[in-house]
Design a protein around this ligand. Structure first.
Ligand SMILES: *[C@@H]1O[C@H](CO)[C@@H](O)[C@H](O)[C@H]1NC(C)=O
Ligand SMILES: *[C@@H]1O[C@H](CO)[C@@H](O)[C@H](O)[C@H]1NC(C)=O
Ligand SMILES: *[C@@H]1O[C@H](CO)[C@@H](O)[C@H](O)[C@H]1NC(C)=O
Length: 629
């Protein structure tokens, strides 16, 4: 803080006295906290079992650097720019390696930067990220590099000690500001850690003059790493007996509990938390809404129960097939067999490299090609945390009732399927690799529903058909039906908003790719302002996409009111194709973004009816749980 010239010696004296007093109090406090006998013992467990108190007092600032945040188990120094503080890699659970493999997230059992002589954690450009998936081809797998090239934009260190989260705050956020919190669960198909920089979103959400006419510092963003691949999703009877499964999703839940306990120290409001995610991150958001049979509360000793989150945005959520017990068993045996192990203890004792070598995409029993994204949750027995695929749970009214925005892109399947697909047999075999329980009759129905009637340059003649089928099955229909179901089941006070993203770039309009899977993510988590993030940021702040755009419109941008979804099926349509244009036209048909409310799409209604009828055999409903006798 700058020291200004003082014109009253009385004030001066008082300040000096107060300052000295504060120093004495602080010195006693530190001596008390950090004297070795009074420090937490090694079995002291901070985040997961101890809970926040209902009263909050902002702690004194660190005297060396006011940006440093000190928690009961951690002191951390952010990377600072003139707009954002980025607190990278805050551990929210213990290492997931060794004896913690295939167990739910365990409490952090050590301190970081707290205690005599310890320096705060400082991000040094080497993030600990959860391991990514290997190549299918065994000759391309390795035992050393457990990060690989797929991680976006940041130097990363390989480790199973990867259960950490990142907090991004406005540069001037203060503990107790209680800014709305956006928790983004990155996607990555449950195979890789995804995009995790929330700093640009923080910059974009700031308003020098907010809806109340004053400075609005904006929002606090949290992103997290959670276990992928076999680390997060291997199951089977052995693990059910001695461990946990669906740990990737359990990790996310632990991160949400961490937010409840600690986000106030960063300036966030634990009573205003909005989840967001795209693709597998969107799937995760929907699964968190359905966890524990839709109960999104957690117990706070002495004060009752509080919700973990208050709103949610799911962009292009995938709808993963849940594994049946026999599928889960096959995957488990493949991993254990590859490591010459006959029990889980042996797998837990194996070296990180040996386990990493087995983290590859596997094919379903009876098939020889793995699905594009094969790792997925396994149904837990009744009373468990994740007992049904999210669309089925939501359609049967078992989910947390919070305001939501849910949507999909026009061509979710085009970059997800084999471009070379050239005949009916290849179409069917691709779908059977993904959904092995489909019958021949189902496959014939799908051929009829997605006819091979559009052909594109440099692609197989059945590419368009298989892209439409997979786009509908894995992404569009479960999302569409989920969103509609919420409009039906939510009480009138809890709105849900639906969108379709039909924005294309460059040659994607003429080469057939169209509006690819998850195309919104690159619009939202970036610094650049645009229509969809205007609505989203308003929703994060007010649980209402219209409040900010209508009261403080951006210059030259007029956004229509985004009506909440009801039985008329009206939803927000984002497009940049000129009036009258369509996919297949030349790039001269691409123009400025248009946003408009559109009515129900009859064709979608029909094809999603077909997909809905196959939900059981698509492993999106009624998938049997693992039982252990
Ligand atoms: C913390 O737990 C891990 C495994 O969960 C263990 O290896 C380690 O020794 C523990 N550390 C302390 C300080 O207890
Ligand atoms: C860290 O801060 C520097 C400026 O101090 C900035 O240029 C850089 O982008 C920041 N990096 C991250 C990943 O936050
Ligand atoms: C498993 O056993 C085979 C055959 O003995 C051996 O080649 C392989 O290296 C072993 N794998 C591991 C991970 O120990």
């Amino acid at each position: 803080m700058a020291i200004r010239a003082l014109n009253s010696s009385l004030i001066f004296d008082r300040r000096v006295i107060l300052g000295l007093l504060a120093c004495v109090v602080l010195a006693f406090t530190f001596a008390f906290l950090y004297s070795p006998d009074l420090r937490p013992s090694t079995d002291w467990i901070p985040p997961l079992t101890s809970k926040p108190t209902s009263t909050f007092t902002a702690p004194p600032k660190n005297t060396d650097d006011a940006n440093i945040v000190e928690l009961d188990y951690l002191a951390i120094k952010p990377n600072v720019t003139d707009k954002v503080r980025s607190y990278w890699n805050i551990p929210y659970a213990a290492t997931a390696g060794g004896r913690n493999r295939f167990r739910g997230p365990q409490p952090v059992n050590r301190t970081y930067g707290v205690g005599r002589g310890q320096k705060p954690l400082v991000w040094d450009g080497a993030l600990g990220m959860c391991p990514r998936i290997q190549k299918i081809d065994p000759t391309q797998r390795n035992r050393e590099d457990i990060v690989g090239e797929d991680v976006l934009g940041i130097t990363a260190r390989s480790t199973e000690d990867c259960l950490s989260l990142n907090v991004f705050t406005p540069f001037d956020a203060e503990a107790g500001d209680d800014l709305p919190v956006l928790v983004n669960i990155p996607g990555g198909g449950f195979h890789l850690p995804g995009r995790s920089n929330g700093g640009e979103m923080v910059e974009k959400a700031r308003r020098e003059k907010g809806v109340h006419g004053n400075l609005d510092k904006g929002i606090v963003v949290v992103t997290m790493y959670y276990r992928n691949g076999i680390y997060g999703f291997l199951s089977g009877e052995q693990i059910a007996k001695d461990g946990d499964y669906n740990n990737g999703l359990r990790d996310q839940r632990a991160a949400l509990e961490w937010v409840q306990k600690y986000i106030r120290y960063f300036g966030g409001n634990p009573d205003h938390v909005v989840l967001m995610g795209t693709s597998a991150g969107g799937a995760s958001v929907l699964l968190q809404l359905t966890a524990n049979d839709g109960d999104h509360h957690y117990p706070v000793p002495g004060t009752g129960r509080k919700p973990l989150f208050h709103g949610a945005i799911a962009q292009s959520p995938a709808s993963p097939t849940f594994f049946t017990p026999s599928q889960a068993e096959k995957f488990y045996n493949e991993v254990a067999g590859g490591m010459n192990c006959s029990d889980v203890t042996c797998i837990r004792n194996a070296s990180p490299g040996d386990l990493y070598f087995e983290n590859y995409p596997m094919n379903f029993p009876g098939r020889s090609t793995p699905p594009r994204w094969m790792w997925a949750p396994t149904t837990e027995p009744s009373g468990g945390m994740f007992t049904a695929p999210a669309p089925a749970a939501i359609m049967s009214n078992h989910y947390a009732k919070v305001p939501t925005i849910i949507g999909f892109t026009s061509n979710e399947g085009s970059d997800q399927v084999k471009k070379t697909t050239d005949n009916e047999a290849e179409f069917k075999s691709y779908l059977k690799d993904h959904y092995p329980l489909l019958t021949d009759e189902d496959l014939d129905t799908l051929v009829k529903t997605y006819p091979n009637d559009r052909h594109w340059p440099d692609s197989g003649r059945w590419w368009d058909a298989v892209a439409k089928a997979q786009g509908d099955i894995r992404y569009i229909c479960p999302t569409y039906l989920t969103s509609n179901a919420m409009a039906e089941h939510n009480p009138a006070s809890v709105p849900t908003y639906q969108y379709q993203w039909d924005v294309m770039w460059g040659v994607d309009i003429e080469n057939g790719f169209g509006t690819k899977h998850a195309g919104t993510v690159g619009q939202v988590m970036v610094r650049r302002q645009n229509e969809i993030s205007d609505y989203f940021i308003s929703f994060v702040k007010f649980l209402d996409p219209n409040k900010e755009p209508s009261s403080i419109p951006r210059e030259g941008v007029k956004l229509p009111k985004w009506e909440s979804l009801d039985s008329t099926g009206r939803r927000m349509f984002f497009t940049n194709i000129k009036e009258g244009g369509k996919r297949g036209d030349g790039t001269d048909m691409l123009g400025k973004m248009r946003t408009e409310m559109r009515g129900r799409d009859g064709q979608r209604e029909a094809s999603c009816g077909v997909v809905r009828a196959m939900f059981r055999r698509l492993q999106m409903e009624g998938v049997e749980a693992i039982t252990v006798d």
